[in-house]
Design a protein around this ligand. Structure first.
Ligand code: NOJ
Length: 753
């Protein structure tokens, strides 16, 4: 018997457990689902671990990129050699059934133990069918829809051999200069938590063993969004109050909801890089939250601890990371190169390495890879699943529900199909940028629907001219002016390029590029009704445009079916219902600005305040241009005063809040009904208001509905100065409205016995 055969036989007999193990045969038909119990998995993992050499164990903690996609600065082209010698446990940036199958075959057939690989990828807002960027999707406030878009993304990715997405990004993002604001769910902790839970449900489904589901990854742990000055990868210096009350809760919720993996962030937090942060990774994540998955670094973030000035050299950095609780090294090669020596020298214990390897192998079992390592390579299904009609329709629906109508003077929208329309602007006939940044395998050339195509589908009379490029020059300018002169209404599709948001795309200005502003100025001189359609990945400073145009529709980067979705909204085939998840400032000088700021000792709006010595700017109001939660509809909603079931909230007696909402406009519409609460004072100061609930409802013309929220003591807890998660007795105010910008209408007391 050959050595390999011998090993296989021993291996098989040890891991078989209760199961019949068909050694990695190509599985054409999906096997019936088999859910291993936790104990079964533990037993099977233990039996494999007994066979593994130290080198093989280290190999499981190593993740490398292939050359199929580039998502970071370093590509170590030796991944194939490492793989063959058992030095790689997972790969990313490898796509397509044929390619992933080929690589899996190497792992299974050419390594001593044949342990299958996990394939990861940044499937952020769709795989080939691209949905709106996450900030856009979140603006729908529609959790079922968001879950469904993640489910479709997982389905498309999983038939191409992928098991793992590096999503969702659950970083709270309050700085519009930071390009990655596009990738999250905005500035609010409660909303981000709900949206992130929906995304994880969509990716992971009911069982990871199902071929159509993939591992999710909550990232970037932690506080990546609090980068100083909005500059990507920058220092984070944050109070414990803000860290625990604002930035950590979405991670906690996902750890508890069973997210499979977490990714550490690039940044340091109060002097300690997240990737070497024992407090975050061990004390909080494992000890307090009982996180049961594995922790991966961000791209070379172990190595970067040397640049941070926290590690002396790479070996030291690896020790800091492993000892802090990082299980897998993404692209750094540090574990592969230095871990053995660190273990030999006693700098890392073998028990700690075992813990990491176990967590990784457990996921491979949960995915069913030991029963069939090729089960996700579904060549024969790819065609039927990828970009199918159902997915394109879903993308259209999510896109239109994500759009936010920011302004609509004189009800200029929806457009009348009989009007003569001039369609201009750099993004009007675009199929490249419309799908946004981080598009996995999304096609930028030929698959996405431009606004021009969307208009054509509506069979309306319109003329098109570009007018200018996104960033630098006028193009077809005279034609644009002349068609605008002839038109009843001008629709301008403007915004950012896809490269202007996302990773490593921070901006010091959040205005539209200068050439576009000049172009708008010229069009504005024609005195025509103007509609501005925006595509962008961050809140923009629209102070000038808001004065110049009659209507503004924020479409984010709406994805593959974006042009259809925009036309649906502009022509009234869909009534917009999106609401902002991030504040739009009037000027960059207001940053940081978010709806749930703290008060000061000298609030500007306090009655009887001395006008001069209050907390304000001398050259701009404190208020934003568009607040969190804001968004218009083609109809109007009237809110009644909330009715409270009781005025005292106790541990045994939650309060129910009933509010009647009536559609008083001329057509059916959807409304995001939002509940905000203020804790008047506390042992640490409290935000001026906090979102505590929301519901999206549909109302026919003239229809009323009573929306009920329930508040319990748990909803009012916060981390105090000792980091105890507490309730504090006292007075609270609330309101229910269609935006965060509203007066309080009711109050109640929290009584603790
Ligand atoms: C760096 C990014 O920060 C992270 O979000 C991503 O998942 C990795 N690169 C892998 O591409």
């Amino acid at each position: 018997m050959s050595f390999k055969k011998k090993i296989e036989t021993t291996f098989l007999s040890l891991i078989i457990g209760f199961f019949t193990f068909s050694q990695y045969s190509c599985n054409e038909q999906q096997k019936p689902e088999k859910k291993d119990s936790v104990a079964d998995i533990e037993r099977r993992v233990d039996s494999i671990m007994k066979l593994m050499t130290l080198k093989e164990k280290i190999g499981q903690t190593v993740l490398y990129t292939t050359e199929h996609d580039v998502t970071g600065p370093v590509i170590d082209k030796n991944y194939l050699n490492y793989l063959k010698s058992g030095g790689v446990g997972a790969l990313f940036n490898a796509t397509g059934s044929a390619f992933t199958r080929k690589l899996q075959k190497i792992a299974v057939e050419e390594t001593r133990l044949g342990i299958p690989l996990i394939f990861g990828y940044d499937v952020i807002h769709g795989y080939k069918t691209i949905f709106p960027i996450p900030m856009g999707e979140a603006s729908s406030w529609d959790l079922d829809l968001i879950q469904e878009s993640a489910r479709i993304a997982a389905l498309e990715a999983s038939v191409e051999g992928l098991h793992w997405t590096f999503a969702p990004m659950v970083d709270i993002a309050r700085d519009p200069r930071w390009g990655r604001i596009a990738e999250g769910a905005g500035e609010d902790t409660y909303l981000c938590t709900r949206v992130s839970e929906a995304r994880v449900k969509g990716f992971q489904g009911e069982s990871l063993n199902n071929q159509e589901t993939i591992l999710a990854c909550a990232k970037h742990y932690a506080a990546y969004g609090a980068a100083q000055a909005g500059r990507d990868y920058h220092t984070v210096d944050i109070s414990k109050n803000t860290l625990h009350n604002v930035y950590l809760p979405p991670f906690e919720a996902l750890a508890k909801a069973g997210v499979a993996t977490m990714m550490t962030s690039f940044n340091e937090i109060n002097g300690i890089p997240a990737t070497g942060n024992h407090y975050l990774l061990r004390d909080i994540l494992r000890e307090q939250w009982n996180f049961d998955g594995f922790v991966v670094t961000d791209y070379t973030s172990i190595n970067e601890m040397v640049h941070h000035g926290y590690a002396e050299n790479l070996k030291h950095a690896g020790e800091l990371a492993m000892n802090a609780g990082v299980d897998m090294d993404l692209q750094g090669g540090v574990y592969l190169e230095h871990m053995e020596a660190s273990i030999r020298e006693g700098k890392i214990s073998e028990e700690r390495l075992d813990e990491a390897v176990k967590a990784i192998l457990k996921m491979k079992f949960k995915l069913g890879l030991f029963d069939d390592p090729y089960k996700y390579c579904q060549e024969e299904k790819e065609k039927a699943v990828i970009l199918n009609q159902e997915h394109l329709e879903a993308a259209r629906d999510v896109a239109r529900k994500s759009m936010v109508l920011l302004k609509n003077d004189n009800a200029i929208l929806p457009l009348n199909k009989e009007q003569k329309i001039a369609l201009v602007g750099p993004l009007a006939n675009d199929e490249y940028h419309i799908i946004g940044n981080w598009v996995a395998q999304g096609d930028r050339n030929g698959t996405a629907v431009s606004v021009v195509e969307g208009f054509k589908e509506k069979s309306i009379d319109f003329n098109y001219a570009k007018g200018c490029n996104i960033e630098n020059e006028l193009v077809d300018f005279s034609k644009a002016i002349s068609i605008a002169k002839e038109a009843d209404v001008v629709v301008m599709v403007m915004g950012e390029s896809e490269r202007m948001s996302g990773e490593a795309a921070s901006r010091t200005s959040i205005k539209l590029p200068a050439i576009q502003r000049s172009f708008i100025n010229e069009i504005n001189k024609l005195n025509k009704p103007l509609v501005l359609v925006l595509m962008n990945g961050r809140p923009l400073d629209l102070s000038d445009e808001v004065r110049q145009v009659d209507a503004i529709l924020e479409t984010w980067f709406p994805g593959t079916s974006g042009g259809h979705a925009i036309a649906d909204v502009l022509f009234g085939d869909y009534n917009p219902s999106g609401k902002l998840t991030v504040t739009f400032p009037r000027t960059i000088g207001q940053i940081p600005i978010h709806y749930n700021m703290k008060n000061t000792g000298r609030p500007a709006d306090i009655e009887g305040a001395n006008e001069r010595y209050t907390s304000k700017y001398i050259d701009a109001p404190n208020s934003p241009l568009f607040p969190f939660g804001y968004g218009l509809s083609y109809t109007k909603f009237e809110y009644g005063k909330p009715e409270l079931s009781n005025n005292e909230l106790t541990a045994d007696q939650p309060i129910s809040i009933k509010t009647k909402i009536t559609n008083i406009g001329e057509r059916m519409g959807e409304e995001v009904v939002q509940l905000y609460v203020r804790d008047r004072f506390g042992s640490i100061t409290r935000p001026v208001k906090e979102l505590k609930g929301f519901q999206k409802i549909t109302l026919e013309k003239g229809e009323s509905k009573v929306v009920t929220f329930t508040l319990s003591v748990d909803d009012l807890k916060f981390f105090d100065d000792h980091l105890d998660f507490v309730n504090e007795a006292g007075e609270y105010d609330l309101f229910v409205a269609g935006s965060s910008d509203h007066e309080f209408t009711n109050s109640f007391s929290l009584v603790l016995k």
